[in-house]
Design a protein around this ligand. Structure first.
Ligand code: NAP
Length: 246
């Protein structure tokens, strides 16, 4: 489905990004994996991707930095002849009620989740425009659609990602480039692993399908959006949340 396509995946070393990288590789895509600081997780994922017989390289890069992402994209474009797919998945949470949320935790969540996506699209924009094809997939969250107490920073960032997605879809449609967002609900990763058991069981209780999702389920949706089969879908926000936000 993705044979000979080259995909850049931010936060591709762990959780949802790791599952997307492996699913893309299973479908024949070569992978440029961007990670933050966890070298051990990166090496494990990179080894598993390479075992699937595709070309894969990893790049340490802080997506919240305009300059770092610019440098990394030029490295990737030197290593890979073209980039067909960009998945903006890297994200962090710093939860807390707005009453006590300090400016630095607001800024860092916006910088990683929202500005990180802007930086990556910005630096690949002219490359994708010139090749007149491409797929951009941004990982948002239902928190950005419905709001969530304790996540003023995160839901603002993810709502921003949705606005960014729709604008990019309109700007690049004429060049045969689609841009869509995936809005997961509760997915079992390190990010949700840090929630208390009480919070997790309260969340599961609210989910009509009565379970959390797994990263592989998100990865299958991302693979469809990255494929040629999704060519008439752009500017969409697709929820994958077990019915939590119906
Ligand atoms: P995760 O398990 O915590 O993994 C986060 C990934 O992002 C790691 O690979 C990490 O790399 C990377 N990363 C973090 N900050 C970075 C930075 N500044 N620069 C580069 N890479 C960075 O998270 P996840 O649960 O898979 O979440 C993935 C995406 O899905 C996020 O955008 C998240 O907001 C979204 N999402 C998750 C859920 C959920 O329930 N899990 C629900 C809705 C949306 P290092 O390990 O090297 O730092």
């Amino acid at each position: 489905m993705l044979k000979n396509k080259n995909a850049v995946i931010t936060g591709g070393s762990r959780g949802i990004g790791r599952a997307i990288a492996l699913e893309f590789a299973k479908n024949g895509a070569n992978i440029a994996l961007i990670y933050g600081s966890n070298i051990e997780a990166m090496e494990k994922t990179l080894t598993e991707i390479k075992a699937l017989g595709v070309h894969a390289m990893a790049y340490q890069c802080d997506v919240s930095s305009f300059d770092d992402t610019k440098k990394t994209i030029s490295e990737i474009l030197a290593d890979f002849p073209h980039v067909d797919i960009l998945v903006n998945n890297a994200g962090i949470t710093k939860d807390g009620l707005l009453l006590t949320m300090d400016e630095s935790s607001f800024n860092s969540v916006i910088d990683t989740n929202l500005k990180g996506s802007f930086h990556m699209i910005r630096h690949l924009y002219s490359h994708m425009m010139r090749q007149r094809k491409g797929r951009i997939i941004n990982i948002a969250s239902i928190s950005g659609m419905m709001g969530n107490p304790g996540q003023a920073n995160y839901s603002s960032a993810k709502a921003g990602v949705i606005g960014l997605t729709k604008t990019v879809a309109k700007e690049l449609a004429g060049r045969n480039i689609t841009c869509n967002a995936i809005a997961p609900g509760f997915i079992e990763t390190d990010m949700t692993g840090s929630l208390s058991d009480k919070t997790k069981s309260a969340a599961v209780e609210m989910i009509p399908l009565k379970r959390m999702g797994n990263p592989e389920e998100v990865a299958k949706l991302a693979a469809f959006l990255a494929s040629d089969d999704s060519g008439y879908i752009t500017g969409e926000v697709i929820k994958i949340d077990g019915g939590l936000y119906i």
